[in-house]
Design a protein around this ligand. Structure first.
Ligand code: UDX
Length: 454
């Protein structure tokens, strides 16, 4: 049992803290946002993440998980302190590590014993050294002698499956200098690595870079598939079939190959930009990353053009959007393709009927000021009198739709499937004018699609 402090209660910090508490450690999660701390103390999670609330409540009740806004309460006596702070993009795309360095200073100001400091945030190569220098300088100013060691332990969890990713990780990556720190970290993580050894130990720089490399590789796969999907439309191939054929090759693997309306979220876009900026600092160009970002932006734009081309003029049209979060099982709207489409459609004068199973409260905060936006109770209400539906996020409940009922509610039976969720042949049988990604489409002429229904 270790005494652990986690600084930062976002997705990474809170999930890591709750999972470490679940494995029997005494964990204090520290955040300077006192409102958030109060709500966590009351058992309320500030974002939607399946399984997290129960996990937090169980460990709070068992006395293993605590929350505070006070460094002085959290830090003394800590064996291992995790830094899990936001690392947003600067304007030039580089990573802003100021939250981490500020937390490192506050940590040092409250230290009273030797410990291990673990960086969990996604940070540029060399940040562990910066943190080390920051802590050393603060300890020197205080005139105290405390020994600490830096470990880099990047987190690979995905939103929407963060708890299970953290409990059953593919790998636990440790960038470590000394055997002593390795022993402590192995002890901490062995309960997460029982079936087979998932712990990878390496130097700190490689661990720091590996996180960016992994996310950039994932983004590259997606941009490759998205770009290929548009080519499929031109040559009459079907990206779904091409994907199956590619994925059957074990060297390629079948995961993370689904074409869609572009990737979003708080990590992939930011991390590709940050890796590019890191390269630029060393005069190392990474042109592949430029293409990844350009294709991703273009994918959203092309999808919008598809919608515009079919519904022109957009002014006065009513469009339903199913799914707003950047992916299912989260209420996170950061860099969500739906937001890009909403902005374009509103600018073009369309009226929108929005529905998302979980992200409605966050969407309302963002979009409440628009008169042309209506927030709906469910996907059926959203479809009422609509000229078209856009599926922007593939939530599970959108798999089980009564499309006969939907068709009867709509003004015109047009469906833009941004996630390739439905069968083209079935949708066409039901009388829908159906558009997806990466399958050729002989569009019905506008004039006949908008003819009055009998
Ligand atoms: C990602 C990484 O997967 C994770 O390891 C890291 O710690 C944080 O960044 P996350 O952003 O939560 O996780 O989501 P992820 O499931 O990776 O999806 C990212 C984006 O890619 C989403 O917009 C998703 O819709 C899109 N995606 C994913 C596709 O378009 N096709 C796919 O086949 C997979």
């Amino acid at each position: 049992m270790k005494k652990i402090t986690i600084i930062g209660t976002g997705y990474v910090g809170l999930v890591t803290g709750a999972c470490l508490a679940e494995k029997g450690n005494r964990v204090t999660c520290l955040d300077i946002d006192t409102e958030k701390v109060d709500s966590l103390k009351a058992g309320k999670i500030p974002f939607y993440e399946p399984g997290l609330e129960e996990l937090v409540q169980r460990n709070v009740a068992a006395g293993r998980l605590h929350f505070t806004g006070d460094y002085n309460e959290a830090i003394p006596g800590t064996d291992v302190c995790f830094l899990a702070l936001p690392t947003p993009c600067n304007e030039d795309g580089s990573c802003n590590t100021s939250y981490i360095l500020k937390a490192a200073t506050q940590l040092a100001e409250n230290l009273d014993n030797d410990l291990i400091v673990v960086n969990k945030s996604t940070v540029p190569v060399g940040t562990a050294e910066d943190v080390e220098r920051t802590i050393q300088s603060s300890l020197k100013t205080r005139g105290v002698e405390i020994r600490f060691e830096m470990v880099s332990n990047p987190e690979f969890l995905r939103e929407g499956s963060a708890v299970s990713d953290c409990m059953n990780p593919d790998r636990i990556l440790l960038g470590i200098h000394s055997q002593k720190a390795e022993l402590v970290m192995r002890e901490l993580y062995t309960p997460f690595s029982v079936d087979h050894d998932r712990i990878l130990v390496m130097d700190v720089f490689s661990a720091e870079l590996a996180k960016y490399a992994s996310n950039a590789m994932l983004a590259t796969r997606l941009s490759f598939m998205n770009n290929l999907a548009l080519f499929c439309e031109k040559v009459g191939a079907d990206i779904q079939q091409v994907r199956k054929a590619m994925g059957a090759d074990q060297r390629i693997g079948d995961k993370y190959l689904k074409a869609g309306i572009g990737f979003g979220g708080s990590c992939l876009p930011k991390d590709v930009k940050a890796l590019k900026a890191m390269g630029a600092l060393k005069s190392h160009s990474m042109p592949i990353l430029d293409s990844v970002l350009e294709i991703n932006q273009g994918q959203q734009e092309t999808f919008f053009q598809k919608i515009e081309g079919r519904l022109e003029p957009l002014e006065g049209k009513t469009i339903a959007i199913w799914g707003l979060s950047f992916k299912p099982d989260t209420d996170d709207l950061r860099e969500a393709p739906a937001l890009f489409l909403i902005e374009k459609l509103l600018n073009a004068g369309a009226s929108l009927r929005l529905f998302d199973p979980i992200a409605m409260p966050k969407a309302k905060l963002l979009l409440n000021q628009y008169d042309q936006v209506l927030f709906c109770e469910d996907e059926y209400e959203a479809a009422k009198e609509a000229d078209a539906i856009i599926l922007a996020t593939e939530w599970n409940q959108f798999q089980f739709i009564d499309f006969e009922k939907i068709g009867a509610l709509m003004q015109n039976k047009t469906l833009f499937d941004g996630r390739n969720q439905y069968q083209k042949s079935e949708m066409q049988k039901l009388g829908f004018d159906y558009f997806c990604i990466g399958t050729p489409k002989e569009a019905t002429p506008l004039s006949s699609a908008y003819a009055p229904t009998q």
